[in-house]
Design a protein around this ligand. Structure first.
Ligand code: OGA
Ligand code: NI
Length: 363
């Protein structure tokens, strides 16, 4: 039996409205009626406030094999400390996710996006669903839309997987995603463990509580005559604790907010992009900050990315950790993860540092 009570659990978080498939729109965007295209035009998102590609600021690169090795650990941990405190974003190399696991998932995703629309829509997000193939946070017919299709799935703990939302084509998709999910969850917990050490708190306090993982697979179709007036993914910080982002094909698009500008990030081959989410900012009482980022679209090429979003288990508490607050003042409210997730999904929009703002005490 595929549907158990446990994997229906995420349903209580709410759902979204169905929207048009953007990949299909992009295929014939020259003949699209103006009123459809209009919903994707966002002049306020002008893509002109970007730092030059050759700027001197380089996103930190953390080598996980050096963190694992006693000889180089301290040196690499101090780089990690700087990356977390100053950037909130870094690239992770030698992370240990096997190349085969990454390649198999990439291959299956390319095959999924090559399927005809009717086949892809077998897992379309239905009204009231959060999971499936569609777009998140849509609540009205007027709302402006991102130029992307999203495939959102709960992947951890394993009993939260609801396979009716998982593509059955290609047939190896399920295994590929499960292997990738298991491997990335290990990496996320390992990095969270090192962060705990750096923060001088018990490993378990932030690493072990990150029991859940969902994945958001993003497909950004190209758009030749509107790429500078549309946005692939609206500016936002991630609501979870820690995100690992894998870029499936070598097309740039991710930009992070840095010193009031948008800094384009192009991952090193094989690297994962790691970033701190709102839940970790709240747990660390603001010591680590979530950083806003967005995805822009390309005039000629499609872009695909996979965000693995790691969050505390539903029964865990998201609030400033006593060990960090000490004699100080907690800056955020404490809520259970289930309340946190309900609040996150009830805001029908991606915007700014949503959860940090909503849970701030005395804003
Ligand atoms: C996300 C995200 C960026 C990208 O899925 O939360 O920020 O480059 N994605 O696709
Ligand atoms: Ni994000």
């Amino acid at each position: 039996m595929e549907t158990t009570e446990a994997n229906e659990r995420p349903k209580i978080l709410g759902g979204c409205m169905k929207t048009r498939n953007v990949q299909a729109l992009a295929a014939d965007h020259n003949t699209l009626p103006a009123d459809i295209l209009e919903r994707y035009i966002r002049p306020e998102m002008a893509v002109d406030d970007v730092l030059l590609e050759n700027n001197s600021e380089e996103i930190p690169v953390i080598d996980m094999s050096r963190l694992m090795d006693e000889v180089s650990r301290d040196e690499e941990a101090s780089k990690l400390k700087f990356a977390c405190e100053d950037w909130g974003f870094f690239q992770l190399v030698n992370h240990g996710v096997p190349e085969k696991v990454i390649d198999e998932l990439k291959e299956d995703l390319m095959r999924f996006y090559d399927l005809p629309l009717e086949k892809r829509e077998e897992v379309a997000q239905l009204p009231g669903d959060l999971e499936g193939y569609g777009q998140a946070f849509i609540a009205s017919e007027e709302q402006k839309l991102d130029w992307a299709d999203m495939l959102y799935l709960f992947t951890q703990p394993p009993h939260f997987r609801n396979y009716k939302h998982w593509p059955s084509q290609p047939p190896s998709f399920r295994d590929s995603l499960e292997n990738y999910s298991n491997a990335t969850q290990k990496v996320a917990r390992c990095i969270l463990g090192f962060m705990a050490t750096i923060l001088g708190i018990k490993h378990e306090t932030i690493s072990e509580i990150h029991e859940s993982q969902s994945v958001r697979i993003n497909y950004y179709p190209p758009c030749a005559n509107g790429h500078d007036k549309m946005i692939g993914l609206s500016p936002h910080s991630d609501g979870c604790g820690l995100t690992l982002l894998l870029q499936v094909n070598p097309v740039s698009g991710l930009q992070i907010s840095r010193n009031g500008k948008w800094l384009p990030i192009m991952p090193l081959p094989g690297a994962l992009i790691v970033n701190i989410g709102d839940a970790l900012e709240i747990l660390t009482n603001g010591r680590y900050k979530s950083i806003e980022h967005r995805a822009v679209i390309n005039a000629k090429e499609e872009r695909i990315s996979i965000a693995a979003l790691h969050a505390p288990g539903f029964e865990k508490t998201v609030g400033p950790l006593a060990e960090i607050v000490g004699e100080g003042t907690p800056l955020f409210k404490s809520v259970t993860m289930i309340e946190y997730a309900k609040l996150f999904f009830s805001q029908k929009q991606l915007y700014g540092k949503k959860m940090v703002e909503l849970l701030k005490l005395n804003p």
